[in-house]
Design a protein around this ligand. Structure first.
Ligand code: FNR
Length: 404
């Protein structure tokens, strides 16, 4: 029998992944002045040696003031290349692929690592004493995320131009480190996504107002990165498919699924190969309709819209993937599981299957389950009856036949 789609290779431009599992980027708040540390090496190696087709390094800032926390990684200076290269070299020695997510945190920069925020009243702001930079916060407009967060200022046109240059330079450094792909972070209320939303972007210049203007910075960043990477180098983009602010009503335009679909259609021509569909994080007042497929559905909607136009854009789905059946169903052509735990969704899935509707996504990104269970892909393989290789050093450690 052929392997489930989940365990079939995926070609993204010049890069071929051995399966459809990717480790979603996850900040570790453990960098040293932007340099990845032994923590990152040990942390990421767990996934590299245990079957993840692609491992994506955490949000890595293109400028010092773009870090989410003072302990975030960066690629704004050449000394930051070597520790990333060490991980890329290790991945390649294991026959695996490594990507890096490049980011600028915008108005959510200079905040404390989450475990330092011990109560609801602890300000998120990392003060200067905590090695933060509360007086140098960039955003589309001077609107703070929430109480306790830094007060940003609206970027000048010169700063925007220098930021695009910083993306170009960081992409060059990522290439020098030998990574196999770059993901642009355009989600979660960080700088780029703050420009996308008409709620957080109140600019009246060429970077605000119309859809074309709000997406301008994103397209400039995409072009800057494409300019320095080889023609066969894969480029991923993560967006928030909605900011979950639809409750503001029709008079208050927000960044929503319709805008995301409109954006997605423009991405292949701009040189983006895979759209990684996340959501939320832009507004403290977001109202997420949470259920196991809440975000997978958004990926599926975008993928369907893209397929309708015959466009060539791969889709990544992420969020609450914890078991074999769900992972399998996301990328499988048929026979999706109605196991979402959401009765309405189960009925919808059954109807879509009956109508022969296609899959949700091409790649499954997984975050927290990898933290709980670094061998998640190997366990899923076992449960789906797929033969996969464990590292040779662990050759006697595979699960016994028939174990679940
Ligand atoms: C995250 N997430 C995240 N997302 C991102 O785009 N860049 C990042 O650096 C981080 N950092 C991060 C750290 C930690 C500790 C967690 C748990 C999450 C979000 C993550 O990539 C993923 O999208 C979500 O966690 C949802 O997927 P799971 O965890 O439900 O599989």
């Amino acid at each position: 029998a052929t392997a489930p789609t989940l365990f079939q290779p995926l070609k993204i431009r010049g890069m071929t992944l051995q399966n459809r599992f990717a480790v979603s980027p996850m900040c570790q708040y453990s960098a040293d002045n932007g340099h990845l540390t032994d923590w990152h090496f040990a942390h990421l190696s767990q996934f590299i040696i245990r079957g993840a087709g692609l491992t994506i390094v955490e949000a890595t800032s293109v400028t010092p003031n773009g870090r989410i926390s003072p302990e975030d990684s960066g690629l704004w200076q050449d000394s930051q290349i070597a520790p990333l290269k060490r991980i890329a070299d290790f991945a390649h020695a294991q026959g695996q692929k490594l990507g890096v997510q490049l980011d600028h945190a915008g108005r959510k920069a200079s905040t404390l690592a989450p475990w330092l925020v011990t109560s609801r009243n602890t300000p998120r702001l990392a003060s200067e004493a905590a090695r933060g930079w509360p007086d140098d916060i960039w955003a589309a407009s001077a609107i703070s995320y929430a109480d306790g967060y830094p007060d940003p200022r609206a970027m000048t046109l010169e700063e925007i131009a220098s930021l695009v240059g910083a993306w170009r330079d960081a992409a060059r450094r990522a290439l020098a480190a030998g990574v196999d792909c770059i993901e642009i972070h355009g989600a979660h209320g960080y700088l780029i996504s703050g420009f996308l939303s008409p709620q957080t972007n109140r600019r009246t210049d060429a970077y605000g107002g119309s859809f074309e203007n709000r997406t301008r910075l994103l397209f400039e960043v995409i072009a800057a990165v494409r300019e320095v990477v080889p023609a066969d180098f894969p480029l991923l983009l993560r967006i928030s498919a909605t900011e979950w602010m639809e409750h503001l009503g029709p008079d208050q335009p927000t960044w929503d699924l319709a805008e995301s679909v409109r954006l997605a259609k423009l991405l292949p021509a701009a040189g983006v190969d895979l759209l990684d569909v996340s959501s939320g994080g832009l507004q403290a007042g977001q109202r997420i309709h949470l259920h196991p497929y809440y975000q997978i559905n958004l990926a599926g909607e975008i993928r369907a819209a893209i397929a309708k136009e015959g466009l060539n854009l791969l889709i990544g789905a992420v969020g609450m993937v914890t078991d074999a059946e769900m992972a399998r169903s996301i990328v499988q052509e048929s026979g999706r599981a109605a196991t979402s735990g959401d009765a309405d969704r189960a009925v919808e899935i059954a109807a879509e299957d009956a109508a022969g509707q296609v899959t949700y996504a091409d790649l499954v990104l997984v975050g927290r389950q990898f933290l709980r269970e670094p061998e998640f892909p190997l366990r899923v393989a076992q449960q789906l009856g797929v033969e996969v290789k464990w590292p040779v050093q662990y050759h006697r450690a595979g699960w016994p036949k028939g174990a679940k």
